[in-house]
Design a binder for this molecule. Structure first.
Ligand code: ADP
Ligand code: MG
Length: 236
């Protein structure tokens, strides 16, 4: 037992602690407990843990993992959130063993991630660690963006372009070069695109991978893209 929660099993190993499936004693429902150890944490790490809690508790969107509670116990911060039974997209893709997902599936997931980001960006919040490991699926296969561990509220004195943070494979070139926008353009080749997808989808992906940030579409622009609009119409 951990406060009002009964621990069931460990479902993840995070950078700052374990992620546990639990059951609430009273409502008998399952939740995820994310443990963040504060014992040996620096002031900065403490702040980032608090930030994750605060941001998650403020954000309410159908495609962002639901927050329930948080508490501190013996030097460990616990964040209690909705359990996404479908697991993370990284694991899901690994289970495909290289078999490409149908385009419809990709676009359905993509649109839901974009909607979560649109909601965050409207509030000047940057996720900063968007990747398949941090995108979860519910039992009914709804996308939930999670792990706001390094998310931040953007303000003018603290410009995003100045901070080197994130997961290498998923970082934008301008962050990788660790230079504020555009002083140096990294030379790189985008990996070959799979051939079975529509030219509209491939073109959209290519535009999002553009080396210069000002050429990449904003999330609002992505959601206004005619191909995306038509796809959304088709899902409904
Ligand atoms: P970290 O900041 O350490 O990366 P995450 O919040 O990403 O921590 O959690 C680590 C892993 O635990 C995730 O990649 C996922 O597999 C699992 N996980 C985390 N939260 C949930 C959740 N709400 N539902 C289901 N699985 C989760
Ligand atoms: Mg993570």
């Amino acid at each position: 037992m951990l406060g009002e929660y009964q621990l069931i099993k460990q479902i993840g190993k995070g950078s700052y602690g374990e992620v546990w499936l639990s059951k609430h004693q009273k409502d008998r429902r399952q939740y995820v407990l994310k443990k963040i150890s504060l014992v040996n944490a620096s002031q900065k790490e403490r702040k980032s843990a608090e930030q994750e809690c605060k941001l998650l508790s403020q954000l309410k969107h159908p495609n962002i993992v639901g927050y329930r509670d948080s508490f501190e116990l013996e030097g460990i911060l616990y964040i209690v959130m909705a359990y996404c039974e479908g697991g993370d997209v990284y694991t899901k893709l690994k289970e495909q063993k290289g078999v490409p997902l149908p385009e419809r599936q990709i676009v359905e997931w993509f649109v839901q991630v974009a909607m979560a980001l649109q909601y965050m960006h409207e509030r000047n919040i940057l996720h900063r660690d968007l990747k398949t490991q941090n995108i979860f699926l519910t039992r009914s296969k709804i996308i939930k963006v999670g792990d706001l561990g390094i998310a931040r509220v953007l303000d003018s004195s603290n410009d995003m372009a100045k901070t080197l943070i994130g997961t290498p494979y998923y970082m934008s070139p301008e962050l990788f070069s660790n230079k504020p926008y555009n002083h140096k353009i990294l030379k790189g080749r985008t990996p070959d695109m799979p051939t079975q997808y529509s030219s509209e989808l491939l073109e959209l992906m290519r535009s999002m991978l553009n080396l210069s940030p000002e050429k990449r579409p904003s999330v609002n622009r992505i959601l206004r893209d005619p191909f995306i609009r038509r796809s959304i119409q088709l899902f409904l």
